[in-house]
Each structure stands twice: as structure tokens, then as C-alpha cells.
Design a protein around this ligand. Structure first.
Ligand SMILES: Cc1cc2nc3c(=O)[nH]c(=O)nc-3n(C[C@H](O)[C@H](O)[C@H](O)COP(=O)(O)OP(=O)(O)OC[C@H]3O[C@@H](n4cnc5c(N)ncnc54)[C@H](O)[C@@H]3O)c2cc1C
Length: 389
């Protein structure tokens, strides 16, 4: 596509990757990125890890150098929040930066933290994690000896619990799972993660959900189902995210499974509208079905595909989704289709281990710690529907 403008809504990794790959593929339309945040695109993964612990400086967070946008003739508009997408007029209206006409548009509005529908969870004093500001506020509160209650044992909850403990806070993690990440990774991996957290001094209260959160005098009480109340100077909600699909939905784009429906080139089906990153429910050509994925690498992959496709190149999403997580100093790498397994095999040697996930004898996922060869082999087996090793 040439002439006109490519308008990208969202200044995260998916939006950035779309702009970059469009230019790399020779696209010569004007490119404008409307970014709801006031920062240039930055790395979110450190926000619960090294950045939260004060081991990484803010200057290390930007994904690209300051000159990248000028060098690539990309207009980056910080703080420009899109409020409406008009498919007929082919415009994106922003809250206070006017309207932007488009020849092509990429929606990459990402996710936001989800608060459980329980009494007290909407209290703005509680901590959530998505932005630099969220991480700074949590770090400021996490002084040595502070009592921190982390609600939720997914990756964000586990990473935050580990980092808070490493900052010297007294951390209690509360979750309805029997072991951390049980729902996604199963018991074998969950028990190992539990041990890592316990070694850092985290107290785990597992197997009971949170019934409510009450504000007290400078602290909060987290009431666990069954009646026990855990007091925290800090309460951190790591209870999942929801895709920001309101803009797409209001414009009439198809939404399913909480995401914007796309084909494997990230096209939404609406004329000249693509979507990428956490907001998508995208067709994966290798899986042969649509997937909802909220991973850093896939946001970059999907943005890259959208940018190439808009520039006229052939591109499709056909790799198995993967992510990594670092809990304290321990790193996990995962590749999986993410829709269930009926068999689990564990292999261990020394400090490393791998958990293989199968469904009807076919490899559907692998989780590794210090076994990168298994990670690489696992990816091939998952993508080729190979047998469990
Ligand atoms: C603390 C943390 C740690 C993580 N760690 C890992 C990890 O270790 N490994 C991993 O694989 N993944 C990790 N993730 C997930 C990963 O960061 C996300 O999958 C990724 O950021 C998604 O990219 P995105 O571009 O789709 O959305 P986002 O990164 O959410 O970016 C979307 C951007 O769009 C902006 N926006 C929203 N609405 C509008 C609007 N109407 N107008 C303009 N702009 C708008 C938002 O403000 C935001 O800046 C982590 C996430 C968090 C929060």
C-alpha cells in the first residue's frame, strides 16, 4: 500500500513492531503511532523482575533508541489515546490530539490488569502491574520489612512475589490454585515453582480464593475463603489481564474469546484494519485454529506480520507461541499451543529440568529450566505435531 497514512493505535511492542516491519518491507506511507502512554515503547517484562528490584535502570527500558523514530520517519504521538475508530470515514479520533485519517490501520491496544469481582478489589490503593508507573509505585512501597500480600499465582504474581521478597518485604502469596501456575503448567512444574518461592522466604497460602479486601488504617486485610484475614501494608493483585478491545468492538469488528478476530496475516476482515498483540484472537496457520496469546514475543511477531502484510509482503503467523518468565533468579521457557494436555513427562538432570506436555501422544508443549536444547527440540516437536520424546 502506498500514499496515504498508516495509523497504529498503541505504543507497545506490537505497535512498534508493525511500524518497524512496515518500513523494513519498503512501505512508504506516512506512519503515525498513537500511544496512550507518555513513554516511547518500553520493555514490560522487567517491571516485575529486575526493574522492580532496582537492578535495571529506567534508561534501559526503551525498546528502541531515541533516534529510531526520526531515522525511520515514524511520527510517535505520546499520550494520544484513541477514542473512536470510524470505518466509513477511515479516521481514528483521539481524546485530545484530533482525528487521524488512515489508508491502513493497526490496532495494538494491548491488555490491562483485571480486578476480581469481589468486595474491595476496586480500591485504587491496591497495586496492579502494567506500566512503569505501576512498578515505581510498588517499588516505593516495598521497603524492607513491609508486609506484602500478593493475590494470584500466575506468572505476574509469582514474579512480583519473588522480587518483593528479594527487596526485603515479608511476602504472603494467596491463590486458589493448589500450587503456583497449576492451571497452565500442572502440578510437577507448580511444585518446583513453589519451592523457589519458599526458598526466597515467600509464605504461600494455596487452595483458597480471596473473598474480599478491606481497607484498614494504613494497611489492607485480604480475606481468604474460609475466613482467615491476611494483613498487608501492600496488596498486589496479580489476577490476570483483559484485552483492551473496546475501541475495536465499538467500531463493529468481530470479537471472540475476548479478543479481536484476525486471520493469520493479522487482518481483521474489516477493510484495511489489522490487529496485533495481546488484543488478538488470531488464526495460527500451523495450529489450524485461532489462539488467544498474551506474550511479549508474540506481540512482536504479530506486529511484524501486520506491518509486512500492509507493505504488500506475504506474512503469516505460523509458529508455536512461546514465553519466558524469571522468578527471582530462575528462568523458565515455555512453548505450547496453550489449550490443554492429557499427559505430562518430567526429565531432570542437575539444576535443569523439562516438563513435556502431550495430548493423545502428540507433543503440545514444553517447559524448560536450564535446558535450552529441550526448548529448541520441543518447539520443533510442537510445531510439527511430533510424538512426545
Ligand atoms: C509486568 C509484566 C511482565 C511481563 N513479563 C513477560 C515475560 O516475561 N514474558 C512474556 O512473554 N510476556 C510478558 N509480559 C506480557 C507482555 O508484556 C505483553 O504480552 C505485551 O506487552 C503485549 O504487547 P502489546 O503491544 O500487545 O500490548 P501492550 O504492551 O499492553 O501495549 C499496548 C499499548 O497501547 C496503549 N493503548 C491502549 N489503548 C489505547 C488507545 N485507545 N489509544 C492509544 N493507545 C492505547 C497502552 O497504553 C499501551 O501502551 C509481561 C507483562 C507485564 C505487564
Amino acid at each position: 500500500m502506498n500514499g496515504g497514512a498508516l495509523v497504529i493505535v498503541g505504543g507497545g511492542p506490537a505497535g512498534l513492531a508493525a511500524a518497524r516491519s512496515y518500513r523494513d518491507a519498503g512501505g512508504d506511507m506516512a506512519v503515525t503511532m498513537l500511544a496512550g502512554e507518555r513513554h516511547h515503547p518500553y520493555k514490560r517484562p522487567p517491571l516485575t523482575k529486575d526493574y522492580l528490584r532496582g537492578e535495571t535502570d529506567r534508561s534501559e527500558l526503551p525498546i528502541e533508541s531515541p533516534s529510531f523514530f526520526d531515522d525511520n520517519d515514524i511520527t510517535f504521538v505520546p499520550g494520544a489515546r484513541a477514542r473512536a475508530l470510524d470505518l466509513r470515514a477511515r479516521t481514528v479520533a483521539t481524546e485530545d490530539h484530533g482525528d487521524f485519517g488512515y489508508e491502513a490501520c493497526v490496532l495494538a491496544t494491548g491488555s490491562e490488569p483485571f480486578r476480581l469481582p469481589i468486595p474491595g478489589a476496586d480500591d485504587p490503593e491496591l497495586h496492579v502491574m502494567r506500566t512503569i508507573e505501576d512498578s515505581d509505585r510498588l517499588a516505593a512501597a516495598a521497603v524492607a520489612g513491609a508486609r506484602a500480600v500478593v493475590v494470584g499465582s500466575g506468572f505476574i504474581g509469582c514474579e512480583a512475589a519473588a522480587s518483593l521478597a528479594m527487596r526485603g518485604a515479608e511476602v504472603t502469596l494467596v491463590s486458589d490454585e493448589a500450587v503456583p501456575q497449576e492451571r497452565r503448567l500442572g502440578d510437577e512444574a507448580g511444585s518446583r515453582i513453589r519451592t523457589w518461592l519458599e526458598e526466597l522466604g515467600v509464605t504461600l497460602k494455596m487452595g483458597a480464593g480471596v473473598a474480599g479486601i478491606e481497607a484498614g488504617d494504613g494497611c489492607h486485610g485480604v480475606t481468604v475463603e474460609g475466613g482467615e484475614s491476611v494483613q498487608g501494608d501492600i496488596v498486589f493483585l496479580g489476577t490476570g489481564v483483559r484485552a483492551r478491545v473496546a475501541l475495536a468492538e465499538a467500531a463493529g469488528l468481530p470479537i471472540a474469546e475476548g479478543g479481536v478476530v484476525t486471520d493469520s496475516s493479522m487482518h481483521t476482515g474489516a477493510e484495511d484494519i489489522w490487529a496485533a498483540g495481546d488484543i488478538t484472537y488470531a488464526m495460527n496457520a500451523a495450529a489450524g485454529r485461532r489462539l488467544r496469546v498474551e506474550h511479549w514475543g508474540e506481540a512482536l511477531n504479530q506486529g511484524t506480520i501486520a506491518g509486512k502484510a500492509i507493505a504488500g509482503a506475504v506474512a503469516r503467523w505460523d509458529i508455536a507461541p512461546g514465553f519466558w518468565s524469571t522468578i527471582g533468579t530462575k528462568t523458565l521457557k515455555h512453548v505450547a499451543w496453550g489449550d490443554g494436555h492429557d499427559e505430562v513427562r518430567v526429565e531432570e538432570d542437575g539444576d535443569g529440568w523439562s516438563v513435556w506436555y502431550g495430548s493423545r501422544g502428540v507433543t503440545v508443549g514444553v517447559l524448560t529450566h536450564n535446558r535450552d536444547d529441550d526448548h529448541d527440540t520441543g518447539r520443533k516437536l510442537v510445531e510439527t505435531k511430533g510424538p512426545l520424546p
